[in-house]
Design a protein around this ligand. Structure first.
Ligand SMILES: NC(=O)c1ccc[n+]([C@@H]2O[C@H](COP(=O)([O-])OP(=O)(O)OC[C@H]3O[C@@H](n4cnc5c(N)ncnc54)[C@H](OP(=O)(O)O)[C@@H]3O)[C@@H](O)[C@H]2O)c1
Length: 437
């Protein structure tokens, strides 16, 4: 057991008082006694920073020292730990975290973009200055995913890690499945309910999930991963018709981030996937997240919970603070060497798998023969085919779904390029990878 280094308060400087920052202050106050008992010393906020001093944040910060410039928190001798809850991979958030680590101050952050893009540099700064950097809230909010992968599974060689890493996408896909509504309608509803941002692109285009996957993969394989090598697709192309075909085929559609280590190297991608409807991942609905990991000795595990929101995220941030108070900290990527260059994932074309393809084709004889000829020429073998009758006479096009056996990504891409060039095919083919889950 690690004993606490002292019983004097651990003094915190918090930058960012939005959803998460205000949530952390609320939790610290609500659970002060419990936290003090668990941490072995009180956790005390002494200073804060945000943009607008007078904004009502639902928490009283009037007694706390206020900094206009968040990086000044680093130079405050009363601040033992800097808590960065501003967000963004650059700007003030990055400057603050780098300055704090360079000054030897421990940092807690929830900033997935920062860790995904600059994790290698930050790990080096953290190690060189003996300043812990903790970021439990950066992946899957309230789920202790980082601790599970980096510490709970420290004994095992991990083969695969990932899961449902974006609650907004999971919510949209769930509601589309349950209501039969299309993507645009459900996105608009989600924005009205506060489940999606006004600019939803970071979520629905898969970037947020890719940030989290980059971090998880770095922890699982003990080395930072190059974010720009992760293949990223979002959910904008998924239609109501795909939900109904998926159901008919016995699957559910989920946006999954998956990273696996093979003899050929790291494969890492965020893509919509068909998951068997009775698989554990398929049961994770709405705004919930789930993290899966698979190791040689442990087999497969899955943890599920709320991936965002003030309460769950504050819970993860504060657990990091308890660890710092206990003196229980660990190297950023869980390995002692801090000088590793980011590992690049293999190109998506080097992967393989089974595919669902949805085409919009002219409803006339010979079309299916043309398409199956292309698949044959590309060496892609078909497992099944489904066609819906035309819904009305206003369009000559009908959806056609093809499900393939396992094949190479390269062969599949070649076939799709040729299929999309056929005059009888309109729109780009919708591609959904099929996962055993
Ligand atoms: N929201 C979630 O559920 C969630 C979940 C997991 C991780 N995270 C991560 O947690 C971080 C914070 O997210 P959030 O949702 O709390 O964001 P948010 O509600 O937008 O809050 C951001 C806060 O940062 C402050 N801020 C912006 N620029 C600043 C600057 N230059 N100097 C000082 N303060 C500045 C803002 O000040 P004003 O209030 O004065 O404008 C605001 O208080 C992000 O990295 C996010 O990815 C969030």
């Amino acid at each position: 057991m690690t004993s606490s280094p002292s019983s004097s308060p651990l003094r915190l400087g918090i930058a960012g008082l939005g959803t998460v920052g205000a949530g952390v202050i609320t939790l610290l106050r609500a659970n002060a006694d419990l936290l003090s008992a668990r941490a072995g010393r009180p956790l005390e906020v002494v200073a804060v920073s945000a943009r607008e001093r007078t904004r009502d944040r639902g928490v009283d910060v009037s007694a706390l020292r206020w900094y206009e410039n968040a990086t000044d928190l680093v130079n405050d001798p009363d601040v033992d730990v800097v808590v960065e809850l501003i967000g963004g991979a650059e700007g003030t958030a990055r400057a603050l975290v780098e300055a704090a680590l360079a000054a030897g101050k421990p940092v807690v952050t929830a900033n997935k973009a920062l860790l995904a893009l600059h994790g290698s540099t930050l790990a080096r700064l953290s190690a060189d200055n003996n300043a812990p950097l903790l970021f439990e809230a950066a992946v899957a909010g309230g789920i202790p995913a980082i601790k599970t992968v980096r510490e709970g599974l420290a004994a095992d060689r991990l083969l695969r890690v990932g899961g449902i890493l974006n609650g907004t996408c999971n919510y949209i896909l769930t509601v589309m499945r349950e209501t039969g509504k299309d993507f645009a309608t459900v996105l608009k509803d989600a924005q009205d309910l506060g489940y999606a941002e006004a600019d939803p692109s970071t979520d629905v285009d898969g970037l947020d999930a890719a940030h989290k996957l980059t971090i998880l993969a770095g922890l699982a394989f003990g080395q930072p991963v190059a974010f720009n090598s992760v293949h990223v697709e979002g959910i904008r192309s998924i239609g109501a018709v795909d939900q109904s075909f998926a159901r008919a085929l016995g699957y559910r559609i989920k946006l999954l981030g998956l990273a696996s280590m093979t003899d050929a190297g790291l494969h890492a991608r965020v893509t919509p996937c068909l998951v068997p409807q009775h698989a554990p991942l398929a049961q994770v609905d709405g705004v919930f997240n789930a993290v899966v990991a698979e190791g040689e000795f442990v087999g497969r595990i899955m943890i599920e919970g709320r991936g965002a929101g003030a309460g769950p995220t504050a819970s993860a941030v504060t657990a990091d603070l308890v660890d710092i108070a206990r003196g229980n900290t660990i190297a950023v990527w869980g390995v002692q060497s801090s000088n590793q260059p980011p590992l690049r994932a293999c190109p998506i074309s080097s992967g393989e798998g089974a595919f669902y393809l949805r085409l919009m084709v002219e409803d006339r004889p010979g079309v299916i023969a043309d398409i199956t000829a292309i698949l044959r020429d590309c060496g892609v073998s078909l497992r099944s085919m489904l066609q819906h009758p035309a819904e009305n006479d206003s369009t000559p096009y009908v959806p056609l779904v093809l499900v393939t056996h396992r094949t190479s990504e390269a062969a599949m891409q070649d076939a799709i390029t040729r299929i999309d060039a056929l005059s009888v095919v309109t729109d780009s083919t919708v591609v959904i990878r099929i996962e055993a889950a």
